[in-house]
Design a protein around this ligand. Structure first.
Ligand SMILES: Cc1cc2nc3c(=O)[nH]c(=O)nc-3n(C[C@H](O)[C@H](O)[C@H](O)COP(=O)(O)O)c2cc1C
Length: 168
């Protein structure tokens, strides 16, 4: 687990090869193992394999254009009718991170493409996927096999950690 946490990076170049059904199943199970406020489990997951849909997404969203070379993406959405108070984004973020880690564990490259809280993106993605009003698009996770091996980096910044009070 430790290796997975520290080896996950955003990968935007993919090679040929599908995400196997077994791995997809594992990834989706991991997504639903994420915590949600008051255990509402307000998330749903749209698995998008259709290349025409990938093209449409890439045309509308410059920052998700890597989808063109990937076999699959998962659109993480939340149901605002079910979510507890304003916690829909946090619930969907936890599920998104679980998807990234599960896919990394199975050897895939992934990238989290943000949708929430960019109103233009939220509206255009909702339209593209015919989402009902209460189903809010949160993120698009692109997943694929990759040859990219990112250089190990050190993100540790001790000054980001404070103890007991801010000024102590
Ligand atoms: C909320 C959020 C939105 C993001 N949106 C995009 C995106 O639209 N396109 C993209 O290529 N990467 C996106 N990323 C990935 C970040 O650019 C990436 O996580 C960051 O540069 C750190 O790199 P790392 O993931 O390799 O650690 C997003 C990440 C987060 C958490």
């Amino acid at each position: 687990m430790e290796d997975i946490l520290f080896s996950r990076r955003s990968i935007r170049e993919y090679i040929n090869g599908d995400v196997s059904e077994k791995d997809l199943n594992y990834i989706l199970h991991a997504a639903m193992a994420a915590p949600t406020a008051m255990n509402t489990r307000c998330y749903s997951f749209l698995v998008i394999k259709d290349k025409n849909m990938h093209k449409k997404i890439a045309m509308q969203h410059e920052s998700a254009k890597m989808i063109i070379s990937a076999p699959l993406a998962i659109l993480v959405v939340g149901d605002s009718n079910i979510a507890f108070k304003g916690f829909l984004p946090q619930d969907c973020a936890a599920a998104t991170q679980n998807i990234l880690l599960a896919a990394t564990a199975r050897g895939y490259g992934t990238v989290w493409c943000g949708i929430y809280s960019n109103l233009n993106k939220e509206v255009s993605v909702a339209k593209l996927f015919n989402l009902p009003k209460n189903i809010k698009p949160f993120s698009l996770v692109v997943i694929g096999k990759t040859n990219v091996k990112p250089i190990k980096r050190n993100v540790w910044q001790p000054e980001k950690v404070k103890y007991e009070t801010w000024n102590k």
